[in-house]
Design a protein around this ligand. Structure first.
Ligand code: ZN
Length: 329
């Protein structure tokens, strides 16, 4: 029987990726279009045209494609497949993308948030291969999570499950989070939150090492500037790094004791920065998780890294439409 083929869409704030992928992870075609400040009425027809082109270039027809998956940013109505208010796409409001693509591609489709799709992608093709219990953490501008337990993606009654970035880890005087709560994990470890915290803290210190590492502009402070200052031995950078590592270990320890996963798979910041990001977390984990839980536990980096977007939507299609299990037997 020929390998099943699916289409995956990855809706990002600046780029929109389309991939034609086989069930065993072979990429038959991929494309990317600009998605910064676009209008959905311009972009949606392109999603259909480009998919048709990728399918034709692979020597196939739409009949050979089993379905499509959409990896979507928040805020979204997952059940209905609607991009309600994607954070980085200000003109996209209440866009029924799943229905549109179903109607125009003539294929069954599915829709899931990008962190959950990332977990599914790692589960089929990356660091979660053959593992039934793992957590994927995006570790990027925000902290998104996808939780797989017993081979099943945790979705919850309202399909909001797995928002580990917004577990509150500081009850009193916690840092304000973009979600409206205070003291969230993301408020301490999300790239955007750390950058904003430092920009505010250093707004009157233009000569500070971290500002220098940001090219001299306080408003350009980001994780790259923090990393540079940390490697250069700056005291504030060390302090922020220690806090970030502690909060990461605290939040991960909480997840480990609750779910007893085999792996936590870390996205962008972890693989971009390397061991100086993950080593302190590993050292601190025994403070927050039982040794029995840590005995079979591994903290690893994403294997798909930058390519995760190409696989994300396709992985959703494999999971929700084709019901492919993770288990490699
Ligand atoms: Zn939050």
């Amino acid at each position: 029987m020929p390998e099943e083929i699916v289409l995956g869409y990855d809706v990002g704030g600046t780029k929109l990726g389309i991939g034609l992928v086989t069930a065993d992870g072979k990429i038959l075609g991929q494309a990317r279009i600009e998605n910064k400040d676009t209008y959905p009425e311009d972009v949606l027809p392109q999603l259909v045209t480009i998919a048709g082109k990728l399918v034709a270039e692979a020597g196939l027809t739409m009949k050979d494609v089993s379905g499509f998956g959409i990896s979507a940013p928040g805020v979204a109505d997952v059940a209905k497949g609607i991009l309600t208010a994607p954070v980085n796409n200000k003109y996209w409001r209440n866009v029924p993308i799943q229905q549109y693509l179903q109607d125009n591609l003539g294929l069954p489709g599915c829709f899931e948030n990008d962190a959950n799709c990332g977990a599914l992608a790692e589960g089929y093709f990356g660091a979660g291969r053959g593992v039934d219990d793992f957590i994927y953490l995006t570790m990027s501008t925000g902290v998104g999570a996808g939780i797989v337990t017993g081979g099943t993606l945790v979705r919850g009654v309202g399909l909001y499950g797995g928002e580990a970035g917004h577990i509150v880890i500081e009850a009193n005087s916690g840092r304000k989070c973009s979600c409206g709560l205070s003291g969230c994990y993301e408020a301490y470890c999300g790239g955007r939150s750390i950058a904003l915290y430092l920009q505010e803290k250093l707004k009157d210190q233009p000569g500070h090492k971290i500002v220098e590492c940001a090219g001299g502009n306080v408003n350009d402070i980001d994780m790259v500037a923090l990393e540079k200052a940390y490697r250069a031995g700056d005291a504030l950078a060390q302090e922020i790094w220690a806090e970030m590592s502690l909060r990461n270990a605290q939040a991960m320890g909480l997840m480990i004791n609750m779910l007893n996963p085999k792996r936590i798979i870390l996205g962008t910041l972890a693989w971009a920065i390397g061991d100086i990001y993950t080593d302190p977390i590993k050292e601190l984990l025994p403070r927050f998780a039982w040794k029995e839980m840590l005995a079979d536990f591994e903290l690893v980096n994403s294997e798909l890294r930058r390519d995760i977007g190409t696989y994300a939507g396709a992985a959703a299609a494999l999971y929700f439409l084709l019901k492919k299990p993770f288990k490699v037997s």
